[in-house]
Design a protein around this ligand. Structure first.
Ligand SMILES: Cc1cc2nc3c(=O)[nH]c(=O)nc-3n(C[C@H](O)[C@H](O)[C@H](O)COP(=O)(O)O)c2cc1C
Length: 186
C-alpha cells in the first residue's frame, strides 16, 4: 500500500487514523451562543509562549466564529462523554442532544465535566490546505477531578484506556534520557 498512484484522501485518512488521539470539543462563544466542534487534529506546540494548535476545516461553521471572537477553548473528552463527539461533529441522530453544559471561561466556554481544558486567545491562523491551523495562546488550564479516563479515537472508532491512570506523571520526569528506549529494526 505504498504505491504513489494509489494515494487518495480515503487512504490518507485511513493511514493517519492509525495515529491514536484523544477527542476534544473546540468551543467559542459568539453573540451569547456557544458553538462547539469535535476535533482530534490537536497538538501542543510551544512552552514559551504556551501554544496549542487545532486544525479546522475551512467549511466548518466554527472557523469564522473563532476568527471573529479571537478565542476558543479546547475541551478534552472523558470516555463517559463519548456521545458529545458525534453530537459536536453533526452526526447526532437523536431528537434531543446528549446532556452537557458549558460555563463561561477564559478564551472560550468550558465544557463542564471534561477531563481537562485549555482556554486560548487566537495567536495566529495558518494556511493548512482545506483546513486552517489555529494557534492558540494558552491563557488558562483546567484539570477535572476524578479518574483519568480519556475518550480515545483510533482507526475510525472510539476506544477506552484499558488501564486508566489515577494521576498524570510529572512532565519533568517524562523525558529523562535513560527512560527513552530506542528500538531499531525493520
Ligand atoms: C472524532 C472526530 C474528530 C474530528 N476532528 C476534526 C478536526 O480535527 N478538524 C475538523 O475540522 N473537523 C474534525 N472533525 C469533523 C467535524 O467535527 C465536523 O465536520 C463538524 O461537524 C464540522 O462543523 P460544521 O457542522 O459546523 O460544518 C472530527 C470529527 C470526529 C467525529
Amino acid at each position: 500500500m505504498d504505491d504513489q498512484a494509489a494515494l487518495d484522501p480515503r487512504q490518507f485518512r485511513r493511514v493517519m487514523g492509525l495515529f491514536a488521539t484523544g477527542v476534544t470539543v473546540v468551543a467559542a462563544e459568539a453573540d451569547g451562543d456557544v458553538r462547539g466542534m469535535t476535533a482530534n487534529a490537536v497538538m501542543s506546540v510551544s512552552l514559551d509562549p504556551l501554544l496549542v494548535c487545532v486544525s479546522i476545516d475551512r467549511r466548518a461553521a466554527i472557523n469564522t466564529v473563532v476568527e471573529r471572537v479571537g478565542g476558543f477553548s479546547l475541551n478534552i473528552l472523558r470516555e463517559e462523554q463519548e456521545a458529545l463527539s458525534p453530537y459536536f461533529a453533526g452526526l447526532w441522530k437523536h431528537p434531543t442532544p446528549p446532556e452537557h453544559r458549558f460555563q463561561p471561561w477564559v478564551g472560550g466556554p468550558r465544557l463542564v465535566g471534561c477531563l481537562a481544558a485549555a482556554g486560548c486567545r487566537v495567536h495566529a491562523i495558518l494556511d493548512g490546505g482545506d483546513h486552517r491551523l489555529f494557534l492558540g495562546r494558552v491563557l488558562a488550564l483546567h484539570q477535572g477531578e476524578g479518574p483519568l479516563s480519556p475518550l480515545l479515537f483510533f482507526g475510525g472508532r472510539y476506544h477506552r484506556l484499558r488501564e486508566p491512570a489515577l494521576a498524570p506523571r510529572d512532565p519533568e520526569e517524562v523525558w529523562i534520557p535513560e527512560d527513552v528506549r530506542i528500538f531499531y529494526g525493520d
